[in-house]
Design a protein. Structure first.
Length: 115
């Protein structure tokens, strides 16, 4: 790996928008105390958008301000219709991919299951 690759890798890590808080357990192991959420938004055109965040209110505000996603920027306003908690960013990303792979009908059933 050359120096340019190393700088890009470092820059990508450093510019992450979400900071992870790590705490030490009694046994000395480290845990991630950040709670991650997977969410589904319903856009003004009735399309669905799925994403992850650590702060649902802030993220919804960002979407409605047009600063969170190109997809939702042209489909305002959006409203949050579904959310679920995940223990880690990795699990949240995996669940996001599962939901994105679902059919529209299955997503609607998922949304209706929490009403």
């Amino acid at each position: 790996m050359d120096m340019a690759d190393q700088k890009m890798r470092f820059r990508g890590w450093w510019n992450r928008s979400e900071m992870i808080e790590v705490k030490s357990n009694e046994d000395g192991s480290l845990t991630n105390s950040t709670t991650w959420f997977v969410y589904i938004l319903r856009c003004a055109d009735d399309s669905l958008y799925t994403g992850i965040t650590t702060d649902l209110n802030r993220r919804c505000e960002q979407h409605n301000a047009g600063t969170a996603s190109r997809y939702t920027r042209s489909r305002l306003p959006v409203r949050m219709v579904y959310q679920e908690i995940q223990a880690t960013r990795s699990l949240a990303l995996k669940r996001e991919l599962e939901i994105k792979a679902m059919s529209r009908k299955v997503k609607e059933d998922l949304i209706d299951s929490v009403k």
